[in-house]
Design a protein around this ligand. Sequence first.
Ligand code: ATP
Ligand code: MG
Length: 707
Amino acid sequence: MLDGLDPEQREVATALTGPVCVLAGAGTGKTRAITHRIAYGVRAGILQPGSVLAVTFTNRAAGEMRGRLRQLGAGGVQARTFHSAALRQLQFFWPKAVGGDLPRLLERKVQLVAEAAARCRVRLDRNELRDVTGEIEWAKVTQTVPADYPAVVAKSLRDAPRDPAEISQIYAMYEQLKRDRSVIDFEDVLLLTVGILQDRHDIADQIRSQYQHFVVDEYQDVSPLQQRLLDLWLGDRDNLCVVGDASQTIYSFTGATPDHLLNFRTRHPGATVVKLVRDYRSTPQVVHLANGLLSQARGRAAEHRLELISQRDPGPEPTYTEYADEPTEAEGTARRIRDLVAAGVPAGEIAVLYRINAQSEVYEQALADAGVPYQLRGAERFFERQEVREAGIALRGAARAGGNDSLLDNAEDLPSQVRAVLSTKGWTGRPPAGSGAVRDRWESLAALVRLAEDFARARSGATLSDLVAELDERAAAQHAPTVQGVTLASLHAAKGLEWDAVFLVGLTEGMMPITYAKTDEQVEEERRLLYVGVTRARLHLTLSWALSRSPGGRANRRPSRFLKGLRPGSGSLGTVVGGASGSVERAVGAAGRRKPRGPVLCRVCGATLTEAGAMKLMRCEDCPSDMDEALYERLRDWRSEQARELGQPAYCVFTDKTLMAIAERVPATGGELSAISGVGARKLDRFGDDVLAICAGEAGGTGAHES
Ligand code: ATP
Ligand code: MG
């Protein structure tokens, strides 16, 4: 049981009594350590399976933990979310504590919040409703009652989506309506369990006699309400093991706080504190960047940061690419992804991560153009989002009315027509304050306005009807079914996941940190968000940004401040670990938007390729090849040898595609070789002599030349 653990993980696994706090960085095997701890305790006969409660924050994580425990022979242990554990206890004890059946659980609050708002004579649109609902949830998990809400908001410098006095009223009315109708909501499940445990000592004793040991994963995400429940479960005992990484706190806005993790030793003076720093997920190159990023962090979480040490073999350096404009950034990213896929990285092992969901559209389009399958995580595809569909209907209506729509009277060019139409759907010249659903909707509409601006620039004289046709075309292109596709996700939705290759895109000031992060704490949370992004990568990490929004636009954007001292050429900071490495590539943007690249075509017959094997060969499997197959084999042998010597994957030397192109053209000079796509100046310098020698029929190369 303990063999698969390193010494620190083993310490966690064998500290079976008393409070234990594991402060562990990303990818250090936190879940592995705690699942082994439980399984070891059960096997050693020290823990009774039924007396252990393991808690996490999502159903997915709880399910995964149950699976791992079962594999380790500890299937009888309860692994649940706070919510499901509380609900089970509530259902069981409700008849005894209150009498009758547990009130019905409200699936969705929004309806009732809308009714409460109407009764308070406050008009809210759908998105405002979502934001106000989010505020009520926040108030409940921070244990703020309606009357206190305005004062608490003022004190915490929180950006409320409406007048706090109004929200407080709606919140109070919502609670009243729930009581009248005998329903409870998600947060009530925790609040009521807490209430019963507090008031009924007999029931508290019964629950405590069943559960003797508690384990909490992702403890930095605990809310004050969940902490209260945990305290009540424990009573005056301290058989508690918590695991967390304060540097990955990215949900403060929902009421989560790493304070409980960081104050653990103060609350439990006898606690065993174990730090895990060996990173089993990422290469030293990725870990170096993650460490550098955190070394500039400030604030409480940063004081407790851990320097990670990679346990993996070296891999490629992270790359930093500066693009002229956003569409070029998306195209460049899609091209690199296509190269990775052609080189054998499964599409399902690649992710593009961005700050907000409205950024997805250009990437959806670029990947569709490149013939790469993709799927979105935690959001709908851009053209399927409600606000985008509604905007499409409005634009179509205006286009059909032609010049007869009075809305368009003062709008001379296409972009102003689009702005005029979308302003009836909530688009405004300036973004609404704060984050949330209203802001998300605005961002989608703003993305459509930008799309119209680009379209008008690329096609002078284009009409509203042309634009509508273009939108239809894009929606259709982006509709391709996905099987095992590249993941597109916001950084928040990427938490806890990992991929071989990660592209962090749109890293400009204003997006990372996002404009509405104003206080120092909010900016620090943005930095942690980027840290979460970086630490998702196992092997390939690409960071990029664009200097201007659209082709030919003013280059008025700056790369994210968080990359300062890390990205080459950005000046070094005294505190940066190891300093910058790698290099910034500058991708030159086309003056106008280039024609989108089509799907991968067979280089012999021109058919569209869909099979991975054919995409790798760049031709249908049965199409004749004009390539010198023997030369190709020799080049591949040479590449394997190089890769071994350099300790890098083969495709970091040259991709299959490049080797094939070489075997087809058989270059005789450095000039001819460098004309082949995939042979840049560095590669020419490093491998040119070897490759030319092999092409000339001489024996294989003599090994890597240090550059
Ligand atoms: P995050 O902070 O991102 O949630 P984590 O700390 O929970 O990460 P895990 O997901 O448990 O990390 O582990 C990361 C990877 O490292 C997993 O694939 C895990 O199996 C592997 N791993 C962890 N510990 C070891 C070990 N001692 N030996 C080999 N592999 C390990
Ligand atoms: Mg984890």
